[in-house]
Design a protein around this ligand. Sequence first.
Ligand code: FES
Length: 145
Amino acid sequence: MIGRRRVLVGCAACVAVGCAGQAGESAAAPAPSCDDGASVEGWVPLPLADYPALTKVGGWAEVDLPEHLLVVVVAQPEPGCFVAIWRVCTHGACEVDWDPASATAVCPCHGSVFAADGSVLVGPATEPVRAFPVVRRGDVLWLQR
Ligand code: FES
């Protein structure tokens, strides 16, 4: 099977879109191939057709892909800027929600707030949630696992 073992290759037609200062790793991360829909080692495709809220600035979506062991919140807080953070709060087992107004993730259980890079802004959580690089290629977001 070629899809999952494919060598990561950049493409002039592909433009990496990241968030300066937030998903800084995404700008330096290896780019998935341009073959949208094909999974590439370490990258998980998220077709925007499956997450239409992510096509809008301020939009966010829960991405629950057990086959990739992923439960994340993905958001577009600024035009062309995508962020992804682990959805499970580090204080307990509650799932955080994205707050578009503040561009933060908020835990409904005890009020912890996490920045787009996963860092703790407000406790009681003391540990950050993991953040994942996300880049856009055409109509597909690619999340680096
Ligand atoms: S479980 Fe999230 S703040 Fe307590």
